[in-house]
Design a protein around this ligand. Structure first.
Ligand SMILES: *Cc1c(COP(=O)(O)O)cnc(C)c1O
Length: 231
Protein backbone atom coordinates (compact mmCIF):
# COMPACT_ATOMS: atom_id res chain seq x y z
CA UNK A 1 0.00 0.00 0.00
CA UNK A 2 1.04 3.60 -0.48
CA UNK A 3 2.15 5.87 2.34
CA UNK A 4 -1.09 7.84 2.01
CA UNK A 5 -3.24 4.70 2.18
CA UNK A 6 -1.30 3.45 5.20
CA UNK A 7 -1.79 6.76 6.97
CA UNK A 8 -5.53 6.71 6.24
CA UNK A 9 -5.77 3.15 7.55
CA UNK A 10 -3.97 4.14 10.77
CA UNK A 11 -6.28 7.14 11.25
CA UNK A 12 -9.25 4.82 10.87
CA UNK A 13 -7.85 2.41 13.47
CA UNK A 14 -7.22 5.34 15.81
CA UNK A 15 -10.84 6.47 15.49
CA UNK A 16 -12.02 2.96 16.33
CA UNK A 17 -9.66 2.76 19.32
CA UNK A 18 -10.72 6.20 20.56
CA UNK A 19 -14.35 5.08 20.47
CA UNK A 20 -13.42 2.14 22.74
CA UNK A 21 -11.83 4.34 25.41
CA UNK A 22 -12.97 3.64 28.93
CA UNK A 23 -12.68 7.25 29.97
CA UNK A 24 -13.07 10.53 28.17
CA UNK A 25 -9.75 11.96 26.99
CA UNK A 26 -8.38 14.50 29.43
CA UNK A 27 -7.46 16.95 26.73
CA UNK A 28 -9.44 18.41 23.88
CA UNK A 29 -7.62 17.94 20.57
CA UNK A 30 -7.89 14.55 18.87
CA UNK A 31 -5.08 12.05 18.46
CA UNK A 32 -2.08 13.34 16.53
CA UNK A 33 0.07 10.97 14.51
CA UNK A 34 3.82 11.62 14.52
CA UNK A 35 5.20 9.98 11.38
CA UNK A 36 8.50 8.45 12.47
CA UNK A 37 10.96 9.06 9.65
CA UNK A 38 14.24 7.76 11.09
CA UNK A 39 16.20 5.90 8.42
CA UNK A 40 13.80 7.15 5.70
CA UNK A 41 15.01 9.46 3.00
CA UNK A 42 13.76 12.97 2.35
CA UNK A 43 11.54 11.76 -0.52
CA UNK A 44 9.63 9.49 1.86
CA UNK A 45 9.19 12.36 4.32
CA UNK A 46 7.94 14.60 1.52
CA UNK A 47 5.41 11.93 0.59
CA UNK A 48 4.00 11.58 4.09
CA UNK A 49 3.69 15.36 4.43
CA UNK A 50 1.87 15.47 1.10
CA UNK A 51 -0.46 12.76 2.42
CA UNK A 52 -1.49 15.08 5.25
CA UNK A 53 0.88 14.28 8.11
CA UNK A 54 1.75 17.42 10.06
CA UNK A 55 4.34 16.08 12.49
CA UNK A 56 7.44 14.03 11.80
CA UNK A 57 9.55 12.30 14.42
CA UNK A 58 13.27 11.61 14.36
CA UNK A 59 15.58 9.85 16.80
CA UNK A 60 18.73 11.69 15.89
CA UNK A 61 19.34 15.42 15.82
CA UNK A 62 21.80 15.33 12.92
CA UNK A 63 19.56 13.18 10.74
CA UNK A 64 16.62 15.55 11.29
CA UNK A 65 18.77 18.60 10.52
CA UNK A 66 19.99 17.08 7.27
CA UNK A 67 16.47 16.30 6.08
CA UNK A 68 14.70 19.41 7.36
CA UNK A 69 16.61 21.71 5.00
CA UNK A 70 15.40 19.65 2.02
CA UNK A 71 11.72 19.76 2.94
CA UNK A 72 8.79 22.12 3.28
CA UNK A 73 8.18 23.41 6.80
CA UNK A 74 6.80 20.78 9.20
CA UNK A 75 6.57 20.13 12.89
CA UNK A 76 9.70 18.17 13.82
CA UNK A 77 9.58 16.08 16.97
CA UNK A 78 12.62 14.59 18.68
CA UNK A 79 11.61 11.16 19.96
CA UNK A 80 15.03 9.59 20.63
CA UNK A 81 17.43 10.08 23.50
CA UNK A 82 19.01 13.56 23.53
CA UNK A 83 22.64 13.95 24.52
CA UNK A 84 23.57 17.17 26.25
CA UNK A 85 26.17 17.98 23.61
CA UNK A 86 23.45 17.98 20.90
CA UNK A 87 21.03 20.27 22.71
CA UNK A 88 22.21 23.49 21.13
CA UNK A 89 21.60 22.05 17.66
CA UNK A 90 18.30 20.44 18.65
CA UNK A 91 16.52 23.43 20.20
CA UNK A 92 16.08 25.56 17.08
CA UNK A 93 14.94 22.52 15.09
CA UNK A 94 12.31 20.72 17.15
CA UNK A 95 8.79 21.85 18.08
CA UNK A 96 8.58 19.17 20.73
CA UNK A 97 11.22 17.09 22.50
CA UNK A 98 9.59 13.86 23.76
CA UNK A 99 12.63 12.55 25.58
CA UNK A 100 13.55 14.81 28.48
CA UNK A 101 14.96 12.41 31.06
CA UNK A 102 17.27 14.19 33.49
CA UNK A 103 17.75 17.43 35.42
CA UNK A 104 21.06 17.97 33.70
CA UNK A 105 19.39 17.76 30.29
CA UNK A 106 16.59 20.09 31.41
CA UNK A 107 19.12 22.72 32.49
CA UNK A 108 20.98 22.38 29.20
CA UNK A 109 17.73 22.82 27.23
CA UNK A 110 16.94 25.93 29.31
CA UNK A 111 20.35 27.40 28.47
CA UNK A 112 20.04 26.68 24.74
CA UNK A 113 16.44 27.90 24.53
CA UNK A 114 17.33 31.16 26.30
CA UNK A 115 20.14 31.67 23.84
CA UNK A 116 17.82 30.93 20.89
CA UNK A 117 15.15 33.21 22.40
CA UNK A 118 12.67 30.32 22.30
CA UNK A 119 10.26 28.60 24.62
CA UNK A 120 11.06 24.88 24.14
CA UNK A 121 8.16 22.46 24.54
CA UNK A 122 9.15 19.14 26.13
CA UNK A 123 7.69 15.89 27.39
CA UNK A 124 9.24 13.88 30.19
CA UNK A 125 10.04 10.33 29.10
CA UNK A 126 9.16 7.78 31.75
CA UNK A 127 10.60 4.27 31.81
CA UNK A 128 7.41 2.77 33.20
CA UNK A 129 8.48 -0.86 32.83
CA UNK A 130 11.98 -0.22 34.22
CA UNK A 131 13.79 -1.75 31.24
CA UNK A 132 17.58 -1.42 31.30
CA UNK A 133 17.70 -0.85 27.55
CA UNK A 134 15.35 2.15 27.56
CA UNK A 135 15.92 5.71 28.61
CA UNK A 136 13.50 7.75 30.66
CA UNK A 137 13.17 8.60 34.32
CA UNK A 138 11.90 6.06 36.82
CA UNK A 139 8.22 6.64 37.65
CA UNK A 140 9.05 7.87 41.16
CA UNK A 141 11.41 10.50 39.73
CA UNK A 142 8.89 12.12 37.40
CA UNK A 143 7.36 14.55 39.88
CA UNK A 144 10.71 16.00 40.95
CA UNK A 145 11.81 16.52 37.35
CA UNK A 146 8.46 18.13 36.48
CA UNK A 147 8.84 20.53 39.41
CA UNK A 148 12.33 21.47 38.24
CA UNK A 149 11.17 22.08 34.65
CA UNK A 150 8.26 24.15 35.92
CA UNK A 151 10.83 26.61 37.27
CA UNK A 152 12.66 27.04 33.95
CA UNK A 153 11.42 30.10 32.05
CA UNK A 154 12.43 28.91 28.56
CA UNK A 155 11.16 25.34 28.86
CA UNK A 156 7.50 24.40 28.89
CA UNK A 157 6.47 20.97 30.10
CA UNK A 158 3.61 19.68 27.90
CA UNK A 159 3.15 16.09 29.07
CA UNK A 160 4.66 12.62 29.26
CA UNK A 161 6.04 9.97 26.91
CA UNK A 162 6.80 6.29 27.23
CA UNK A 163 7.89 3.35 25.11
CA UNK A 164 6.31 0.08 26.21
CA UNK A 165 8.43 -3.06 26.06
CA UNK A 166 7.91 -5.18 22.96
CA UNK A 167 5.42 -7.94 23.77
CA UNK A 168 4.22 -10.71 21.46
CA UNK A 169 0.79 -10.18 23.00
CA UNK A 170 0.11 -6.47 22.83
CA UNK A 171 -2.38 -6.72 25.68
CA UNK A 172 0.62 -6.99 27.99
CA UNK A 173 1.47 -3.37 27.17
CA UNK A 174 -1.88 -2.15 28.50
CA UNK A 175 -0.84 -1.83 32.19
CA UNK A 176 2.19 0.23 31.11
CA UNK A 177 -0.03 2.68 29.21
CA UNK A 178 -2.59 2.73 32.00
CA UNK A 179 0.12 3.64 34.49
CA UNK A 180 1.43 6.49 32.34
CA UNK A 181 -2.11 7.79 31.90
CA UNK A 182 -2.51 7.79 35.69
CA UNK A 183 0.74 9.78 36.07
CA UNK A 184 -0.37 12.17 33.33
CA UNK A 185 -3.72 12.83 35.01
CA UNK A 186 -1.94 13.49 38.32
CA UNK A 187 0.49 15.86 36.63
CA UNK A 188 -2.38 17.79 35.08
CA UNK A 189 -4.19 17.95 38.39
CA UNK A 190 -1.03 19.31 40.07
CA UNK A 191 -1.32 22.38 37.80
CA UNK A 192 2.33 23.36 38.12
CA UNK A 193 3.07 26.92 37.05
CA UNK A 194 4.56 27.46 33.60
CA UNK A 195 3.32 24.09 32.27
CA UNK A 196 0.68 23.14 29.72
CA UNK A 197 0.04 19.43 30.25
CA UNK A 198 -1.83 18.33 27.14
CA UNK A 199 0.17 15.60 25.34
CA UNK A 200 0.40 11.95 26.26
CA UNK A 201 2.84 10.34 23.82
CA UNK A 202 2.54 6.56 23.76
CA UNK A 203 1.98 3.90 21.13
CA UNK A 204 4.00 2.73 18.12
CA UNK A 205 3.25 0.46 15.16
CA UNK A 206 2.51 -2.67 17.14
CA UNK A 207 0.66 -1.16 20.10
CA UNK A 208 -0.89 2.18 19.12
CA UNK A 209 -4.51 0.96 19.27
CA UNK A 210 -4.08 -0.16 22.87
CA UNK A 211 -2.28 3.10 23.71
CA UNK A 212 -5.15 5.17 22.30
CA UNK A 213 -7.66 3.05 24.20
CA UNK A 214 -5.71 3.95 27.33
CA UNK A 215 -5.68 7.67 26.61
CA UNK A 216 -2.74 8.45 24.28
CA UNK A 217 -3.24 11.53 22.14
CA UNK A 218 0.17 11.48 20.44
CA UNK A 219 1.25 8.25 18.71
CA UNK A 220 4.66 7.70 17.10
CA UNK A 221 4.40 5.46 14.05
CA UNK A 222 7.06 4.45 11.55
CA UNK A 223 6.77 0.90 10.22
CA UNK A 224 2.99 0.93 9.69
CA UNK A 225 3.36 4.02 7.49
CA UNK A 226 6.57 3.33 5.59
CA UNK A 227 7.03 -0.44 5.77
CA UNK A 228 9.93 -2.27 7.43
CA UNK A 229 13.08 -0.26 8.13
CA UNK A 230 16.26 -1.36 6.40
CA UNK A 231 19.26 -0.38 8.50
C1 LIG B 1 11.35 4.02 16.00
C2 LIG B 1 10.51 4.60 17.07
C3 LIG B 1 9.11 4.64 16.95
C4 LIG B 1 8.36 4.04 15.78
O1 LIG B 1 8.49 2.66 15.75
P1 LIG B 1 7.64 1.76 14.72
O2 LIG B 1 7.57 0.45 15.39
O3 LIG B 1 8.41 1.74 13.45
O4 LIG B 1 6.31 2.40 14.56
C5 LIG B 1 8.39 5.26 17.97
N1 LIG B 1 8.99 5.81 19.03
C6 LIG B 1 10.33 5.79 19.19
C7 LIG B 1 10.92 6.41 20.39
C8 LIG B 1 11.12 5.17 18.22
O5 LIG B 1 12.44 5.14 18.39
Amino acid sequence: MSIGANLAHIRHNIDLAAARRREAPVTGPGVKVVAVTKNRDAAAVREVLAAGATAVGENRVQEAATKAVLLPPAEWHLIGHLQTNKVRQAVPLFSLIHSLDSERLALEVERAAARADKRQDVLIQVNVAGEDTKSGVAPDEMTALAALVSGLPHVRLCGLMTMAPFYEDVEEARPVFRELYRMFAALRAAALPNTDIEWLSMGMTNDYSVAVEEGANLVRIGTAIFGPRHY
